[in-house]
Design a protein around this ligand. Structure first.
Ligand code: FES
Length: 107
């Protein structure tokens, strides 16, 4: 497996302070724009699958799951709880948001 860049959505669809749910290869991914920085995290809490898109974002780059309040760092998915959320690198090119997402090797 290697990572490949996938187009997520136009940057204009995710203004600062907003969030958006997208799907890449059947995986639901929550996008957040925190003051111009784009974060991508799998929309499935590693505790009991809560929808992180409905979580509570704090200005330091954390998200609290709406189910039981476990907090995850949007930058790397780390948590003080015994769990690790899946995050994805992002980039912006030509007005589009891209995510690095694992793709099967073709060779
Ligand atoms: S399901 Fe997310 S904290 Fe429990």
């Amino acid at each position: 497996m290697s990572d490949a860049w996938h187009a997520a959505c136009p940057l204009a669809d995710l203004p600062p302070g907003s969030r958006k749910l997208i799907k890449i290869e059947s995986v639901d991914i929550a996008l957040f724009n925190l003051a111009g920085t784009i974060y991508a995290i799998k929309n499935r809490c590693p505790h009991r699958s809560g929808p992180l898109i409905r979580g509570f974002v704090d200005p330091t780059g954390g998200i609290k799951c709406p189910m039981h309040g476990w907090r995850f760092d949007l930058r790397d998915g780390s948590s003080e709880r015994p769990a690790q959320a899946t995050t994805y690198p992002t980039k912006i090119e030509n007005g589009y948001i891209y995510l690095a997402f694992p793709s099967p090797r073709l060779d």
